[in-house]
Design a protein around this ligand. Structure first.
Ligand SMILES: Nc1nc2c(ncn2[C@@H]2O[C@H](COP(=O)(O)OP(=O)(O)O)[C@@H](O)[C@H]2O)c(=O)[nH]1
Ligand SMILES: [Mg+2]
Length: 281
């Protein structure tokens, strides 16, 4: 799927999401724990307004634990609770149920005081592409749900995925696009594998990453590529890495194209360890 900023597409996605929002008590917003700012849709706050929200920072296994914890503290507010999850491995039904009940606590208590027996909390999952919406819904449903939701112009009947007596989830996630006119947002999405390589030149992405790593995590670069010191210029640094990895052409010159591909793949596959590209100020 090509992710671009399609205003027409967005309008439709927004309208559909607003329709579905009427059906739920609570919004579960997924964001990638490594890039909680870049993996957010800027229109979402306006669409959700004051509806109670649970933010799930996904891909916990790929982020730095302390930084994810800092984000959990930073992003929570009066109407928003934040948790982190490895959606592939955590058995999070109890954790998710608990969090949903926590977010809805006041409303539930009010109903009980009025003698109304609370029905199951109804929630919908929203987020930008690649944050794990389908993974989460499918795991919670215990089966693969048809993946038509990411395509425009396909309407389907909504179903509820029952987690237990307390929580029901809409089986169709709300998809909104990230806004990546800001180059940093684009780089962060590319480094975490959220956008296709055709959208941003790999070379620019790698230059950004090497500069960021030199500034923030120089030790990791030194260890991974067995370098004593890191050249300040990103191309000189790339050449150092190319030589260290013997990426040389027949003339014995550094073949940076190969090195660029390797560095981006190694970063995405966590060969330099878990990296949180965005950190609370
Ligand atoms: N390591 C890891 N990978 C995840 C996690 N959640 C989702 N993924 C992977 O991220 C990719 C995108 O997930 P998907 O559910 O399709 O995202 P969607 O576009 O929001 O529906 C898939 O390759 C998933 O296997 C997670 O918590 N940890
Ligand atoms: Mg999906």
């Amino acid at each position: 799927m090509t992710i671009q900023w399609f205003p027409g597409h967005m309008t439709k996605a927004k309208r559909e999401m607003q329709e579905n929002l009427k059906l739920v008590d609570l919004v579960i917003e997924l964001r990638d724990c490594r890039i909680p700012l870049s993996s957010k849709n800027p229109m979402l706050d306006e669409i959700i307004q004051t509806k109670p929200r649970l933010i799930v920072l996904s891909k916990k296994d790929k982020g730095e634990a302390e930084i994810t914890q800092q984000w959990i503290e930073k992003l929570k507010d009066d109407t928003t609770l934040v948790i982190a999850a490895d959606l592939l491995h955590d058995s999070f039904v109890p954790k998710l149920t608990q969090a949903c009940k926590e977010v809805m606590k006041e409303k539930i208590e009010r109903m009980i005081r009025r003698g109304i027996r609370p029905r199951a909390i109804r929630a919908m999952v929203v987020g930008v592409p690649n944050v794990g919406k389908s993974t989460m819904i499918n795991r919670l449903a215990g089966k693969k749900i048809a993946q038509t939701a990411d395509r425009p112009g396909v309407t389907r009947s909504l179903q509820w995925v029952k987690l237990n007596k307390d929580v029901e989830l809409l089986d169709t996630p709300g998809v909104l696009w990230p806004k990546f006119e800001d180059p940093t947002v684009g780089f962060h999405l590319a480094l975490t594998g959220a956008i296709r390589d055709e959208i941003l030149p790999k070379e620019e992405v790698v230059v950004y990453a090497l500069k960021w790593l030199s500034d923030n995590e120089p030790q990791r670069l030194k260890e991974r590529y067995a370098l004593q010191n890191l050249a300040a210029d990103p191309y000189a640094l790339l050449t150092q890495i190319a030589v260290a990895r013997k990426h040389l052409n027949k003339q014995g010159e550094a073949d940076l194209t190969r090195t660029i591909d390797m560095v981006i793949n190694e970063i995405r596959n966590d060969k330099l360890g878990p990296i949180s590209w965005e950190r609370p100020a």
